[in-house]
Ligand binder design. Structure first.
Ligand code: F0G
Length: 479
Protein backbone atom coordinates (compact mmCIF):
# COMPACT_ATOMS: atom_id res chain seq x y z
CA UNK A 1 0.00 0.00 0.00
CA UNK A 2 1.34 3.46 -0.70
CA UNK A 3 0.44 6.61 1.16
CA UNK A 4 -2.10 7.91 -1.37
CA UNK A 5 -4.09 4.76 -2.05
CA UNK A 6 -7.56 4.41 -0.63
CA UNK A 7 -9.13 1.32 0.82
CA UNK A 8 -12.83 0.77 0.84
CA UNK A 9 -13.93 -0.72 4.13
CA UNK A 10 -17.37 -1.92 4.96
CA UNK A 11 -18.44 -0.31 8.22
CA UNK A 12 -21.89 -1.45 9.32
CA UNK A 13 -22.82 -2.08 5.69
CA UNK A 14 -21.88 1.44 4.57
CA UNK A 15 -18.75 1.83 2.54
CA UNK A 16 -16.15 4.26 3.77
CA UNK A 17 -12.96 5.28 1.98
CA UNK A 18 -9.94 5.34 4.29
CA UNK A 19 -6.26 5.93 3.61
CA UNK A 20 -5.04 3.43 6.17
CA UNK A 21 -6.94 0.47 7.60
CA UNK A 22 -7.39 0.61 11.37
CA UNK A 23 -6.01 -2.29 13.38
CA UNK A 24 -8.59 -5.10 13.79
CA UNK A 25 -8.18 -4.99 17.58
CA UNK A 26 -8.38 -2.53 20.42
CA UNK A 27 -6.08 -2.26 23.40
CA UNK A 28 -7.08 -3.84 26.72
CA UNK A 29 -3.82 -3.69 28.63
CA UNK A 30 -0.88 -1.34 28.16
CA UNK A 31 2.80 -1.41 29.04
CA UNK A 32 4.51 1.88 29.81
CA UNK A 33 7.70 2.64 27.93
CA UNK A 34 10.56 4.76 29.19
CA UNK A 35 12.51 7.12 26.98
CA UNK A 36 16.12 7.18 28.13
CA UNK A 37 17.94 10.49 27.59
CA UNK A 38 20.59 10.88 24.91
CA UNK A 39 23.33 10.81 27.59
CA UNK A 40 21.86 7.64 29.14
CA UNK A 41 21.72 6.00 25.71
CA UNK A 42 25.32 6.91 24.90
CA UNK A 43 26.46 5.41 28.20
CA UNK A 44 24.31 2.30 27.79
CA UNK A 45 25.66 1.76 24.28
CA UNK A 46 29.27 2.10 25.43
CA UNK A 47 28.64 -0.39 28.23
CA UNK A 48 27.03 -2.74 25.67
CA UNK A 49 30.18 -2.69 23.53
CA UNK A 50 28.27 -0.93 20.71
CA UNK A 51 26.12 -4.01 20.29
CA UNK A 52 22.43 -3.12 20.74
CA UNK A 53 21.76 -6.84 21.46
CA UNK A 54 23.52 -6.32 24.79
CA UNK A 55 21.42 -3.34 25.88
CA UNK A 56 18.88 -3.70 28.62
CA UNK A 57 15.41 -3.51 27.07
CA UNK A 58 14.50 -0.83 29.62
CA UNK A 59 17.01 1.48 27.90
CA UNK A 60 15.26 1.01 24.54
CA UNK A 61 12.41 3.28 23.44
CA UNK A 62 10.97 1.47 20.39
CA UNK A 63 12.28 -2.07 20.20
CA UNK A 64 12.46 -3.43 16.67
CA UNK A 65 15.22 -5.91 17.43
CA UNK A 66 12.99 -8.85 16.63
CA UNK A 67 9.42 -9.89 15.87
CA UNK A 68 10.21 -13.16 17.63
CA UNK A 69 8.39 -13.82 20.89
CA UNK A 70 7.69 -10.09 21.18
CA UNK A 71 4.04 -10.36 20.11
CA UNK A 72 1.09 -9.03 22.09
CA UNK A 73 -1.14 -11.99 22.86
CA UNK A 74 -4.90 -11.74 22.54
CA UNK A 75 -7.42 -12.03 25.37
CA UNK A 76 -8.32 -15.45 23.91
CA UNK A 77 -4.73 -16.57 24.19
CA UNK A 78 -4.37 -15.30 27.75
CA UNK A 79 -7.67 -16.94 28.65
CA UNK A 80 -6.56 -20.24 27.14
CA UNK A 81 -3.36 -20.14 29.18
CA UNK A 82 -5.41 -20.66 32.34
CA UNK A 83 -6.55 -23.93 30.82
CA UNK A 84 -3.01 -25.17 30.28
CA UNK A 85 -2.73 -28.82 31.23
CA UNK A 86 0.64 -29.22 32.90
CA UNK A 87 0.61 -33.04 33.01
CA UNK A 88 4.03 -34.53 32.39
CA UNK A 89 2.67 -37.07 29.91
CA UNK A 90 -0.19 -36.75 27.46
CA UNK A 91 -1.36 -33.24 28.42
CA UNK A 92 -4.61 -32.24 26.73
CA UNK A 93 -2.88 -28.96 25.72
CA UNK A 94 -0.54 -30.99 23.51
CA UNK A 95 -3.47 -32.58 21.72
CA UNK A 96 -5.00 -29.14 21.15
CA UNK A 97 -1.70 -27.92 19.67
CA UNK A 98 -1.37 -31.04 17.56
CA UNK A 99 -4.91 -30.59 16.21
CA UNK A 100 -4.26 -26.93 15.33
CA UNK A 101 -1.01 -27.72 13.50
CA UNK A 102 -2.64 -30.63 11.68
CA UNK A 103 -5.60 -28.60 10.52
CA UNK A 104 -3.77 -25.38 9.51
CA UNK A 105 -0.40 -26.78 8.34
CA UNK A 106 -1.52 -30.27 7.37
CA UNK A 107 1.37 -32.35 8.73
CA UNK A 108 0.46 -35.60 10.51
CA UNK A 109 3.32 -35.88 13.06
CA UNK A 110 3.99 -32.96 15.42
CA UNK A 111 6.89 -32.81 17.86
CA UNK A 112 6.72 -29.78 20.17
CA UNK A 113 9.94 -27.88 20.95
CA UNK A 114 10.72 -24.83 23.04
CA UNK A 115 11.41 -22.70 19.95
CA UNK A 116 12.42 -22.92 16.30
CA UNK A 117 16.12 -23.61 16.72
CA UNK A 118 15.34 -26.62 18.91
CA UNK A 119 13.31 -28.08 16.04
CA UNK A 120 16.28 -27.32 13.75
CA UNK A 121 18.62 -29.09 16.15
CA UNK A 122 16.51 -32.25 16.21
CA UNK A 123 15.88 -32.29 12.47
CA UNK A 124 19.59 -31.70 11.70
CA UNK A 125 20.64 -34.51 14.07
CA UNK A 126 18.14 -36.89 12.47
CA UNK A 127 18.96 -36.18 8.84
CA UNK A 128 22.47 -34.72 8.47
CA UNK A 129 25.73 -36.66 8.36
CA UNK A 130 29.24 -35.24 7.84
CA UNK A 131 29.83 -34.47 4.17
CA UNK A 132 26.18 -33.71 3.44
CA UNK A 133 25.04 -30.65 1.50
CA UNK A 134 21.99 -28.49 2.26
CA UNK A 135 20.66 -26.19 -0.45
CA UNK A 136 18.43 -23.35 0.67
CA UNK A 137 17.02 -19.96 -0.30
CA UNK A 138 19.56 -17.90 1.62
CA UNK A 139 20.82 -18.87 5.04
CA UNK A 140 19.24 -18.19 8.39
CA UNK A 141 21.64 -17.85 11.32
CA UNK A 142 20.42 -20.60 13.65
CA UNK A 143 19.33 -22.92 10.84
CA UNK A 144 22.70 -22.90 9.09
CA UNK A 145 24.55 -23.13 12.42
CA UNK A 146 22.78 -26.44 13.20
CA UNK A 147 23.38 -27.74 9.69
CA UNK A 148 27.09 -26.91 9.94
CA UNK A 149 27.41 -28.27 13.48
CA UNK A 150 26.20 -31.60 12.14
CA UNK A 151 28.77 -31.59 9.34
CA UNK A 152 26.84 -30.25 6.36
CA UNK A 153 27.79 -27.49 3.93
CA UNK A 154 25.07 -24.95 3.21
CA UNK A 155 24.58 -23.79 -0.41
CA UNK A 156 22.63 -20.64 -1.18
CA UNK A 157 20.45 -21.33 -4.24
CA UNK A 158 18.19 -18.29 -4.00
CA UNK A 159 17.52 -16.26 -7.17
CA UNK A 160 20.12 -13.57 -7.92
CA UNK A 161 17.54 -10.79 -7.48
CA UNK A 162 17.48 -11.49 -3.74
CA UNK A 163 21.03 -10.18 -3.48
CA UNK A 164 20.11 -6.82 -5.01
CA UNK A 165 18.33 -4.59 -2.46
CA UNK A 166 16.89 -2.33 -5.18
CA UNK A 167 15.37 -5.11 -7.32
CA UNK A 168 11.55 -4.90 -7.15
CA UNK A 169 10.70 -8.49 -8.20
CA UNK A 170 7.64 -9.75 -6.32
CA UNK A 171 9.10 -13.14 -5.33
CA UNK A 172 12.73 -12.52 -4.39
CA UNK A 173 12.57 -15.52 -2.06
CA UNK A 174 12.34 -17.94 -4.99
CA UNK A 175 14.85 -20.72 -5.45
CA UNK A 176 16.85 -20.66 -8.69
CA UNK A 177 15.91 -24.12 -9.95
CA UNK A 178 18.93 -24.12 -12.30
CA UNK A 179 21.30 -23.52 -9.37
CA UNK A 180 19.60 -26.32 -7.42
CA UNK A 181 19.83 -28.72 -10.37
CA UNK A 182 23.52 -27.95 -10.88
CA UNK A 183 24.23 -28.59 -7.21
CA UNK A 184 22.43 -31.95 -7.34
CA UNK A 185 24.48 -32.92 -10.43
CA UNK A 186 27.70 -31.78 -8.80
CA UNK A 187 27.44 -33.37 -5.33
CA UNK A 188 24.95 -36.18 -5.99
CA UNK A 189 21.37 -36.42 -4.70
CA UNK A 190 22.38 -39.01 -2.09
CA UNK A 191 24.43 -36.35 -0.23
CA UNK A 192 21.48 -33.94 0.00
CA UNK A 193 19.11 -35.01 2.80
CA UNK A 194 16.74 -32.09 2.19
CA UNK A 195 16.22 -28.73 0.56
CA UNK A 196 15.68 -26.06 3.20
CA UNK A 197 12.99 -23.61 2.09
CA UNK A 198 12.40 -20.36 3.92
CA UNK A 199 9.00 -18.84 3.19
CA UNK A 200 9.44 -15.92 3.33
CA UNK A 201 13.20 -15.37 3.51
CA UNK A 202 14.14 -13.53 6.67
CA UNK A 203 17.72 -12.59 5.72
CA UNK A 204 16.60 -11.26 2.32
CA UNK A 205 14.27 -8.83 4.11
CA UNK A 206 11.17 -11.02 4.35
CA UNK A 207 10.90 -11.75 0.63
CA UNK A 208 8.30 -14.39 -0.32
CA UNK A 209 8.56 -17.51 -2.46
CA UNK A 210 5.84 -18.12 -5.08
CA UNK A 211 3.65 -21.21 -5.17
CA UNK A 212 4.80 -21.87 -8.74
CA UNK A 213 8.43 -21.90 -7.61
CA UNK A 214 7.70 -24.11 -4.61
CA UNK A 215 5.91 -26.52 -6.95
CA UNK A 216 8.96 -26.65 -9.26
CA UNK A 217 11.35 -27.19 -6.34
CA UNK A 218 9.14 -29.86 -4.85
CA UNK A 219 8.87 -31.67 -8.18
CA UNK A 220 12.64 -31.55 -8.78
CA UNK A 221 13.38 -32.74 -5.25
CA UNK A 222 10.86 -35.59 -5.49
CA UNK A 223 12.43 -36.75 -8.76
CA UNK A 224 15.75 -37.08 -6.93
CA UNK A 225 14.25 -38.53 -3.75
CA UNK A 226 15.26 -35.48 -1.73
CA UNK A 227 13.02 -34.12 1.01
CA UNK A 228 11.77 -30.52 1.11
CA UNK A 229 11.68 -29.00 4.58
CA UNK A 230 9.85 -25.72 5.11
CA UNK A 231 10.96 -23.09 7.60
CA UNK A 232 7.40 -22.13 8.52
CA UNK A 233 8.18 -19.36 11.03
CA UNK A 234 6.42 -16.70 8.93
CA UNK A 235 4.66 -18.90 6.36
CA UNK A 236 1.35 -17.08 6.93
CA UNK A 237 3.02 -13.86 5.73
CA UNK A 238 4.23 -15.77 2.67
CA UNK A 239 0.68 -16.98 2.03
CA UNK A 240 -0.56 -13.39 2.25
CA UNK A 241 1.95 -12.26 -0.39
CA UNK A 242 0.97 -15.18 -2.66
CA UNK A 243 -2.66 -14.07 -2.41
CA UNK A 244 -1.70 -10.46 -3.22
CA UNK A 245 0.85 -11.08 -5.95
CA UNK A 246 0.49 -14.47 -7.63
CA UNK A 247 -1.97 -14.99 -10.45
CA UNK A 248 -4.44 -17.78 -9.75
CA UNK A 249 -4.29 -17.48 -5.96
CA UNK A 250 -6.12 -14.19 -5.41
CA UNK A 251 -9.45 -15.90 -4.67
CA UNK A 252 -8.05 -18.41 -2.19
CA UNK A 253 -8.01 -17.72 1.53
CA UNK A 254 -4.72 -17.31 3.35
CA UNK A 255 -5.53 -20.51 5.27
CA UNK A 256 -5.99 -22.43 2.01
CA UNK A 257 -2.74 -21.10 0.58
CA UNK A 258 -0.86 -22.01 3.77
CA UNK A 259 -2.14 -25.58 3.54
CA UNK A 260 -1.27 -25.73 -0.17
CA UNK A 261 2.28 -24.53 0.55
CA UNK A 262 2.80 -27.13 3.27
CA UNK A 263 1.35 -29.85 1.02
CA UNK A 264 4.36 -29.34 -1.28
CA UNK A 265 6.81 -30.14 1.52
CA UNK A 266 7.78 -33.18 3.58
CA UNK A 267 8.01 -31.41 6.90
CA UNK A 268 8.61 -28.14 8.66
CA UNK A 269 10.49 -26.51 11.48
CA UNK A 270 8.49 -23.83 13.25
CA UNK A 271 9.22 -20.96 15.56
CA UNK A 272 5.78 -20.24 17.01
CA UNK A 273 7.25 -16.99 18.35
CA UNK A 274 6.54 -15.39 14.97
CA UNK A 275 3.29 -15.98 13.02
CA UNK A 276 1.54 -17.72 15.92
CA UNK A 277 1.50 -14.66 18.21
CA UNK A 278 3.17 -16.57 21.05
CA UNK A 279 5.97 -15.46 23.33
CA UNK A 280 7.54 -18.92 23.33
CA UNK A 281 7.19 -22.18 21.47
CA UNK A 282 7.89 -24.14 18.34
CA UNK A 283 7.49 -27.52 16.68
CA UNK A 284 8.92 -29.93 14.20
CA UNK A 285 6.44 -31.59 11.87
CA UNK A 286 7.05 -34.42 9.41
CA UNK A 287 5.05 -36.74 7.21
CA UNK A 288 7.36 -39.73 7.51
CA UNK A 289 6.44 -41.98 10.46
CA UNK A 290 9.95 -43.39 10.86
CA UNK A 291 11.55 -39.94 10.94
CA UNK A 292 8.92 -38.85 13.46
CA UNK A 293 9.88 -41.77 15.73
CA UNK A 294 13.55 -40.80 15.55
CA UNK A 295 12.73 -37.16 16.29
CA UNK A 296 10.55 -38.15 19.26
CA UNK A 297 13.51 -40.14 20.54
CA UNK A 298 15.73 -37.06 20.40
CA UNK A 299 13.18 -34.60 21.76
CA UNK A 300 13.13 -36.41 25.10
CA UNK A 301 16.92 -35.99 25.27
CA UNK A 302 17.15 -32.33 24.34
CA UNK A 303 13.77 -30.79 25.15
CA UNK A 304 11.41 -32.89 27.26
CA UNK A 305 8.70 -35.47 26.92
CA UNK A 306 7.37 -35.73 23.34
CA UNK A 307 4.00 -34.35 24.42
CA UNK A 308 5.41 -31.07 25.69
CA UNK A 309 8.86 -30.72 24.15
CA UNK A 310 10.21 -27.54 25.67
CA UNK A 311 6.84 -25.97 26.36
CA UNK A 312 4.56 -25.74 29.33
CA UNK A 313 0.91 -26.71 28.82
CA UNK A 314 -0.09 -23.04 28.88
CA UNK A 315 2.43 -22.20 26.15
CA UNK A 316 0.94 -24.91 23.96
CA UNK A 317 -2.54 -23.45 24.53
CA UNK A 318 -1.33 -19.98 23.53
CA UNK A 319 0.28 -21.34 20.36
CA UNK A 320 -2.83 -23.35 19.42
CA UNK A 321 -5.06 -20.24 19.70
CA UNK A 322 -2.41 -18.09 18.03
CA UNK A 323 -2.35 -20.36 14.98
CA UNK A 324 -6.11 -19.86 14.53
CA UNK A 325 -5.75 -16.07 14.84
CA UNK A 326 -2.75 -15.87 12.54
CA UNK A 327 -4.64 -16.86 9.39
CA UNK A 328 -7.49 -14.37 9.91
CA UNK A 329 -7.28 -12.13 6.87
CA UNK A 330 -7.80 -8.82 8.69
CA UNK A 331 -5.09 -9.80 11.15
CA UNK A 332 -2.45 -10.69 8.57
CA UNK A 333 -3.40 -7.66 6.46
CA UNK A 334 -2.92 -5.27 9.39
CA UNK A 335 0.42 -6.87 10.19
CA UNK A 336 1.90 -6.68 6.70
CA UNK A 337 0.47 -3.24 5.95
CA UNK A 338 1.91 -1.74 9.12
CA UNK A 339 5.35 -2.89 7.98
CA UNK A 340 4.63 -1.53 4.47
CA UNK A 341 3.60 1.83 5.94
CA UNK A 342 6.95 2.26 7.67
CA UNK A 343 8.79 1.12 4.54
CA UNK A 344 6.86 3.52 2.32
CA UNK A 345 7.60 6.48 4.58
CA UNK A 346 11.32 5.73 4.25
CA UNK A 347 11.10 5.19 0.49
CA UNK A 348 9.26 8.52 0.14
CA UNK A 349 12.12 10.22 2.01
CA UNK A 350 14.74 8.62 -0.24
CA UNK A 351 16.27 6.34 2.42
CA UNK A 352 17.79 3.23 0.75
CA UNK A 353 15.86 0.15 1.91
CA UNK A 354 15.54 -3.43 0.70
CA UNK A 355 12.67 -3.59 -1.78
CA UNK A 356 9.93 -4.66 -2.00
CA UNK A 357 9.13 -4.19 1.69
CA UNK A 358 8.90 -7.60 3.38
CA UNK A 359 6.25 -9.01 5.67
CA UNK A 360 7.93 -8.73 9.05
CA UNK A 361 10.57 -6.04 8.74
CA UNK A 362 11.96 -3.04 6.96
CA UNK A 363 15.65 -3.45 6.17
CA UNK A 364 17.84 -0.39 5.74
CA UNK A 365 20.56 -0.79 3.14
CA UNK A 366 23.53 0.18 5.30
CA UNK A 367 26.04 -0.32 2.48
CA UNK A 368 24.23 2.36 0.46
CA UNK A 369 23.67 4.66 3.45
CA UNK A 370 27.27 4.53 4.71
CA UNK A 371 29.38 3.84 1.60
CA UNK A 372 32.30 5.66 3.27
CA UNK A 373 32.64 2.87 5.89
CA UNK A 374 34.56 -0.20 4.63
CA UNK A 375 32.90 -3.64 5.07
CA UNK A 376 35.71 -4.65 7.47
CA UNK A 377 34.42 -1.99 9.87
CA UNK A 378 30.84 -3.30 9.71
CA UNK A 379 28.72 -0.41 8.38
CA UNK A 380 25.42 -2.10 9.32
CA UNK A 381 26.52 -2.71 12.91
CA UNK A 382 27.78 0.89 13.06
CA UNK A 383 24.46 2.24 11.76
CA UNK A 384 22.47 0.05 14.18
CA UNK A 385 24.47 1.50 17.10
CA UNK A 386 24.14 5.06 15.75
CA UNK A 387 20.36 4.70 15.31
CA UNK A 388 19.97 3.61 18.91
CA UNK A 389 22.12 6.45 20.22
CA UNK A 390 20.26 9.02 18.13
CA UNK A 391 16.70 7.88 18.80
CA UNK A 392 16.39 4.97 21.21
CA UNK A 393 15.14 2.77 18.34
CA UNK A 394 16.75 -0.68 18.38
CA UNK A 395 17.21 -2.75 15.22
CA UNK A 396 19.54 -5.64 14.52
CA UNK A 397 22.51 -5.96 12.22
CA UNK A 398 21.89 -8.32 9.30
CA UNK A 399 25.16 -8.17 7.41
CA UNK A 400 28.71 -9.42 7.87
CA UNK A 401 28.53 -9.65 11.67
CA UNK A 402 25.44 -11.90 11.48
CA UNK A 403 26.99 -13.95 8.66
CA UNK A 404 29.92 -15.07 10.87
CA UNK A 405 33.01 -16.88 9.66
CA UNK A 406 33.37 -19.65 7.11
CA UNK A 407 33.77 -22.91 9.10
CA UNK A 408 36.52 -24.14 6.75
CA UNK A 409 38.62 -21.02 6.06
CA UNK A 410 37.70 -19.07 9.24
CA UNK A 411 37.47 -15.95 7.09
CA UNK A 412 34.71 -13.41 7.64
CA UNK A 413 31.77 -13.98 5.31
CA UNK A 414 30.63 -10.82 3.54
CA UNK A 415 27.06 -11.36 2.28
CA UNK A 416 25.71 -9.24 -0.57
CA UNK A 417 23.22 -7.61 1.80
CA UNK A 418 24.61 -5.38 4.55
CA UNK A 419 21.47 -4.24 6.32
CA UNK A 420 19.86 -3.20 9.57
CA UNK A 421 16.63 -5.05 10.12
CA UNK A 422 13.79 -3.24 11.86
CA UNK A 423 11.45 -6.10 12.73
CA UNK A 424 7.97 -5.11 13.82
CA UNK A 425 6.47 -7.05 16.75
CA UNK A 426 2.88 -8.08 16.07
CA UNK A 427 0.05 -6.03 17.63
CA UNK A 428 2.50 -4.12 19.85
CA UNK A 429 3.17 -0.72 18.30
CA UNK A 430 0.80 1.79 16.73
CA UNK A 431 1.09 3.87 13.61
CA UNK A 432 2.45 6.79 15.72
CA UNK A 433 5.35 4.59 16.79
CA UNK A 434 6.04 3.86 13.13
CA UNK A 435 6.04 7.62 12.45
CA UNK A 436 8.57 8.19 15.25
CA UNK A 437 10.78 5.44 13.79
CA UNK A 438 10.51 6.89 10.29
CA UNK A 439 11.29 10.45 11.49
CA UNK A 440 14.30 9.17 13.47
CA UNK A 441 15.72 7.28 10.51
CA UNK A 442 15.17 10.13 8.06
CA UNK A 443 17.03 12.52 10.38
CA UNK A 444 19.87 10.06 10.87
CA UNK A 445 20.03 9.57 7.11
CA UNK A 446 20.28 13.32 6.55
CA UNK A 447 23.20 13.44 9.00
CA UNK A 448 24.87 10.22 7.85
CA UNK A 449 28.14 11.98 6.93
CA UNK A 450 28.65 12.72 10.63
CA UNK A 451 29.18 8.99 11.24
CA UNK A 452 32.95 9.03 10.88
CA UNK A 453 33.85 5.77 12.60
CA UNK A 454 33.36 2.06 12.17
CA UNK A 455 33.46 -0.85 14.63
CA UNK A 456 35.96 -3.62 15.31
CA UNK A 457 35.44 -6.72 17.49
CA UNK A 458 36.80 -6.45 21.02
CA UNK A 459 35.12 -9.81 21.81
CA UNK A 460 34.02 -12.25 19.13
CA UNK A 461 31.97 -15.27 20.25
CA UNK A 462 32.34 -18.56 18.38
CA UNK A 463 28.69 -19.24 17.62
CA UNK A 464 26.04 -16.77 16.38
CA UNK A 465 28.48 -14.00 17.17
CA UNK A 466 26.08 -11.11 16.55
CA UNK A 467 24.17 -11.84 19.75
CA UNK A 468 27.00 -11.42 22.24
CA UNK A 469 29.85 -9.67 20.39
CA UNK A 470 31.43 -6.49 21.73
CA UNK A 471 33.03 -3.79 19.63
CA UNK A 472 35.38 -0.81 19.84
CA UNK A 473 34.92 2.35 17.82
CA UNK A 474 37.53 2.89 15.10
CA UNK A 475 37.82 6.41 13.63
CA UNK A 476 37.82 6.14 9.83
CA UNK A 477 41.00 8.20 9.50
CA UNK A 478 42.80 5.65 11.70
CA UNK A 479 41.82 2.68 9.51
N1 F0G B 1 13.90 -19.56 11.15
C1 F0G B 1 13.68 -18.26 10.91
C2 F0G B 1 13.34 -17.82 9.52
C3 F0G B 1 13.78 -17.33 11.94
O1 F0G B 1 13.57 -16.05 11.68
C4 F0G B 1 14.13 -17.77 13.24
C5 F0G B 1 14.30 -16.83 14.33
C6 F0G B 1 14.34 -19.13 13.45
C7 F0G B 1 14.22 -20.00 12.38
C8 F0G B 1 14.71 -19.68 14.80
O2 F0G B 1 13.63 -19.63 15.63
O3 F0G B 1 14.26 -17.99 17.41
O4 F0G B 1 12.38 -19.61 17.74
O5 F0G B 1 14.74 -20.38 17.74
N2 F0G B 1 14.38 -15.60 14.15
C9 F0G B 1 14.53 -14.56 15.14
C10 F0G B 1 14.70 -13.26 14.41
C11 F0G B 1 15.61 -14.80 16.13
O6 F0G B 1 14.86 -12.22 15.10
O7 F0G B 1 14.64 -13.24 13.19
P1 F0G B 1 13.77 -19.39 17.22
Amino acid sequence: MNSVSFLILSVQERFVAVTYPAEPWRIKSVETIRIATFEERELALREAGYNPCLLRASDVYIDLFSDSGTNAMSDRQWGAMMQGDEAYCGASSFYRLEAAVRSYYGYPHIIPTHQGRAAENILSRCLIRPGHHIPGNMYFTTTRAHQELNGATFHDVIVDEAHDPADESPFKGNIDVGKLERLIDEVGAETIPYVCVGAPVNMAGGQPISMANLEDVSELARRHDIRVILDAARAVENAWFVKQREKGWEDHSVAEILLAMCALTDGATMSAKKDSFANMGGWLAVRDEELAEEARGLVVLYEGMHTYGGMSGRDMEAVARGIEESVQEDSIRARVEQVAYLGQRLIDAGVPVVRPIGGHAVCLDAAAILPHIPRELFPAQTLTAALYAASGVRGVERGAVSAGRDPVTSENRYPSLETIRLAIPRRVYTRSHMDVVADSIVQLYENRHEITYGLRFSFEPRHLRFFQARFDKVPLEAF
